[in-house]
Each structure stands twice: as C-alpha cells, then as structure tokens.
Design a binder for this molecule. Structure first.
Ligand SMILES: [Zn+2]
Length: 116
C-alpha cells in the first residue's frame, strides 16, 4: 500500500520535472528559431541543416508531448489521491509579499485536499 503511494509520487515527480524541462526546451527553441530568422545570412549555405532541424524539432510535436505528460500526470495524481489514507495538515503559503493563504495538504501524498 505505502509502496504504491511512494511509486506514484515518484512517477509524478519525474513527470513534473520532464514537463518543466520540456517547457524550457520549447522556450529555448523559440529563441533559437528567432535567431535563425534574424541571422539568416549565417545559414545561407545550410538550408538542408535548417530543414532537418525543423523536421526533428517541430513545435507541434513538442507541445503534443507536453500535453501527453500533463494529462498522464493528472491521472497519476487522481490514482494517488484515491489510494492514499490521507493525513491532512494545514499550512500557510505566501501568495505575494503582503498576503498569505492557508492550504490543506496531505503529509503522505503531498496532494492538496479537494473540496467536498
Ligand atoms: Zn494523501
């Protein structure tokens, strides 16, 4: 029981990190695309390289992959939430320097308490 909770938490963390890095890759790619357009002269004789690059790293595939990871993680979170014998605790989190908000999360699965 607690083993499966640990496993589901590990899957979630791995997927969250994957999504974070994929987002960074998407942002870097956008910068790189901008540079390629800005400095076309540097790639004048390298059309085939640019074509290959665009083929390998097309925006749609990267965004589809990110979507798949996010949806998969929603399902894992749901599975985790339903299988944990929760131990909810209250905590204060800062939303900005002047305001904080009370949150209720589980000390075992780390998930926030859902509204009843
Ligand atoms: Zn829990």
């Amino acid at each position: 029981m607690s083993n499966s909770i640990e496993l589901l938490k590990k899957i979630m963390t791995t997927n969250e990190n994957f999504a974070i890095y994929l987002n960074e890759i998407i942002n870097y790619k956008s910068s790189f695309d901008h540079l390629i357009n800005e400095y076309k002269a540097l790639f004048k004789d390298k059309d085939e390289i640019i074509e290959e690059y665009k083929h390998i790293y097309d925006d749609k595939s990267l965004k589809d992959l990110l979507q798949i990871i996010v949806e998969f993680n929603d399902k894992v979170a749901n599975e985790l939430y339903q299988n944990c014998s929760h131990d909810f605790v209250n905590d204060m989190v800062d939303i900005d320097p002047d305001r904080s908000e009370e949150i209720t999360y589980c000390s075992k699965c780390d998930l926030h308490k859902k509204e009843e």
